[in-house]
Design a protein around this ligand. Structure first.
Ligand code: GLP
Length: 233
């Protein structure tokens, strides 16, 4: 893993942007994208830049089950308001939160990932070490799946909702095996509440109890963290 320690999430956004720009220059066509507060500074830098994605494809990590794309809490809406409205892609894929048949939706999304091999995948990390919505204990050979969210993730997401009972209880997520197929993985983490997860991810042990530790087995991972997230290394 290549670990870059920065002073702040703003500086991290500039480093994250550099990774996108470099990959694009090297011919990357398919970008795996993430939501959450972490990638926001990177998306801001991309929006402010002259990078053009109209010949690129994006594939998002996850979406809440039961949410329409125009619901302001959906990941679809998040991507539009933080990136796609300013930097449109040729095609953007996200799981369909309103799919009637979840087995069919999971299969459809696996095919999307197979048909569009990801050149660069950006990831945040949960406080319990989850990536995407692959919570602790998730088998490593899993591809796209419908996930019941853990109480810790529901609690962490509650700040975005008016009432805690409005927080979705399920999501569709790319699996750990899907994420590991990406050619280059960029994981960002900012803030002290990520320090334990970052330590586990980088220093091990390599265990299903801390899903991000699987990245120790990937040949091309760039980690961008601020000093607070790096404080336990
Ligand atoms: C959610 C998302 C993850 C994200 C994590 C951390 O659970 N599914 O993709 O990495 O939260 O979120 P944040 O970046 O807001 O700390």
């Amino acid at each position: 893993m290549k670990v870059i320690v920065v002073k702040s999430d703003v500086e991290g956004g500039k480093e994250g942007y550099n990774v996108f720009a470099e990959e694009k220059k090297n011919g990357a066509k398919t970008f795996g994208l993430a939501t959450g507060s972490t990638p926001v500074t990177t998306y801001k830098e991309i929006v402010a830049s002259d990078l053009d994605f109209t010949d690129s494809v994006s594939v998002n990590l996850d979406e809440y089950v039961g949410m329409s794309a125009d619901n302001e809490q959906s990941y679809n809406y998040f991507m539009k308001s933080h990136l796609f409205d300013y930097k449109p892609f040729k095609t953007s894929y996200l799981p369909n939160g309103l799919a009637e048949d979840s087995d069919a939706e999971v299969k459809r999304y696996d095919k999307v990932i197979d048909d569009n091999p990801i050149d660069l995948q950006i990831l945040g990390i949960g406080r319990n070490g989850h990536i995407g919505f692959n919570e602790p204990g998730t088998p490593r050979d899993i591809t796209t799946h419908k996930v019941p969210l853990t109480q810790s993730t529901i609690d962490a997401n509650a700040r975005f909702f008016e009432h805690e009972e409005d927080v979705p209880k399920f999501a569709y997520s790319m699996g750990l095996a899907s994420i590991m197929k990406s050619k280059h993985i960029l994981l960002e983490a900012f803030g002290e509440d990520k320090a334990d997860a970052v330590k586990g991810m980088i220093e091990g042990p390599d265990t299903v109890d801390l899903p991000a530790s699987i990245l120790q087995n990937h040949p091309n991972v760039t980690v961008i963290i601020d000093e607070a997230a790096a404080s336990k290394l």
